[in-house]
Design a protein around this ligand. Structure first.
Ligand SMILES: [Zn+2]
Length: 175
């Protein structure tokens, strides 16, 4: 099982950005990770916070990146030989889980990202309140797997794991 290791200061910068108290809109950030072949740990080496200009659409329950932003992120990951970890927020929600919008979006974007980044793994994280959930796509897997933890310095943060089983259900029900 994969864990993400991140500098605690970077994690708090990212968390603060995602959960801006006055914002009712979803926010997002991307982390860039390096990992060993067994994928036991992804070490975050770089990050980029998304601003209003990076979104083609940004509301309380939906986000869509500008094509130019996506292209820039892919290029930045490619240059660092890093995998991409997308993180977004659900304002007003207290227990993090990916929405049906998220599932539909991820079904489209993950294969594209993996193709553009030559088979790198891909991780999606959603944060809500002080909880988060995560899905990890390895190169060959049909379904995403759960993330073990985010290790931010001394703290090991566990996902809610509400989404990983639901993903399989949605895949089977609707596609
Ligand atoms: Zn979402």
């Amino acid at each position: 099982m994969t864990a993400i290791s991140i500098d605690p200061n970077i994690w708090s910068i990212v968390s603060r950005h995602l959960l801006q108290t006055r914002s009712e809109k979803e926010q997002a950030a991307f982390l860039f990770g390096q990992y060993e072949a067994d994928l036991s740990t992804i070490q975050v080496i770089d990050h980029q916070l998304m601003t209003d200009r990076d979104f083609a659409s940004q509301s309380g329950d939906y986000l869509e990146l500008q094509d130019t932003t996506r292209a820039h992120l892919i290029k930045r990951a490619h240059m660092q030989r890093a995998c991409l970890i997308e993180v977004h927020s659900h304002p007003g929600s207290h227990r993090a889980a990916f929405s049906t919008f998220d599932f539909l979006g991820l079904q489209e974007t993950v294969p594209h990202m993996q193709w553009r980044l030559r088979g790198q793994p891909y991780v999606a994280i959603v944060v809500a309140g002080n909880t988060f959930d995560a899905l990890v796509w390895t190169v060959a897997a049909r379904h995403p797997t759960a993330l073990h933890a985010i290790n931010a310095g001394e703290r090991a943060l566990s996902p809610t794991n509400l989404s990983v089983e639901r993903w399989k259900g949605i895949k089977n029900d609707s596609f």
